[in-house]
Design a protein around this ligand. Structure first.
Ligand SMILES: [Zn+2]
Length: 294
């Protein structure tokens, strides 16, 4: 039986459903060389290998308020053609049965929130049934920030952008977003949207144009689901390190600086969208930067 990490924030629980863990991606975060990360002692053994290679995870986070079940980011998904990312191409995992085992059958989900529209955050929005992409969560509305949707939609039709990116956006829109629109399940929202009393979005642009993070508050406790404004805990020590796929690297630096300084040395539980187990902790100030306290 699969085991699932779970965190409690007041009356709210957050459950992690892991699709993949992996290590590497040297070109993705080019400043994070072994020489640069090995001296950061707290990154071992969970967040980097003994050789200084970064560890990552792709997972969904289920927020359960008692009244609302919200899935934040839906990973890569099964059967999706993703030729530009061979490790994620035509994936087959037990994600959906793991979700059910954790107590969340697909039909019990009320809301899907995509922090942004990259392929590893929208995949399980749909699944392949009899050769057609159908909504995986038939009773869930899917929330997408409106600028994010407009930009990705535009990129998928714009003949001037790099062909591989245009083709990828076109494919992702067609197999993971459009079927929800066709089913009347898509809802475009503002970047500070409140989903319910306990859950609201905050804008954290830079990685993408309309990127959002998720704030949870209940009974005086608080949590933050990062999305991809930070990919790896080493960026707490080096908030200036941006990933190669950031739409606006300077803006993503500003988002990290703003959020880290606001939550540092507070009890807010930070749950990283690509952080490998243990995936969550509290941000504390150390020198001129930060550290994760697990
Ligand atoms: Zn991602």
């Amino acid at each position: 039986m699969a085991k699932f990490a779970q965190w409690t924030i007041g009356d709210v629980t957050v459950t992690q459903i892991v699709e993949l863990t992996f290590q590497g991606l040297e070109d993705f975060l080019p400043d994070a060389t072994p020489e640069a990360v090995l001296p950061i002692e707290w990154l071992q053994p969970d967040f980097i290998t003994p050789e200084g290679v970064l560890r990552f995870s792709i997972h969904a986070l289920v927020i359960d308020t008692g009244d609302q079940r919200i899935v934040v980011d839906t990973c890569v998904g099964n059967d999706k053609p993703r030729e530009f990312f061979p490790d994620w191409h035509m994936l087959q995992t037990d994600f959906l049965s793991d979700l059910e085992t954790a107590g969340y059958p697909a039909e019990s989900i009320d809301t899907i929130l995509c922090t942004h529209l990259h392929l590893d955050h929208v995949g399980w929005n749909t699944m392949l049934v009899d050769g057609k992409w159908v909504p995986t969560f038939p009773n869930a509305k899917c929330l997408i920030e409106r600028n994010e949707f407009a930009f990705t939609n535009d990129e998928s039709t714009n003949e001037d952008i790099e062909p591989w990116l245009r083709d990828m956006n076109r494919t992702v829109m067609a197999d993971s977003i459009q079927p929800l629109a066709d089913a009347g399940l898509l809802e475009l929202i503002d970047n500070d949207h409140r989903i319910c009393d306990e859950v609201r979005l905050i804008p954290t642009p830079g990685h993408t144009i309309g990127h959002v993070s998720v704030e949870i508050s209940s009974k005086g406790e608080s949590g933050l689901i990062t999305g991809d404004f930070i990919h790896h805990p080493c960026q707490l020590v080096h908030p200036e390190w941006s990933v190669s796929t950031d739409y606006d690297q300077q803006q993503s630096r500003e988002s990290r600086g703003r959020v880290f300084s606001a939550i540092a040395d507070t009890p807010t539980l930070v749950i990283g969208t690509h952080w490998p187990p243990p995936t969550a902790g509290r941000v504390v100030r150390e020198g001129t930067a930060y550290r994760l306290e697990i």
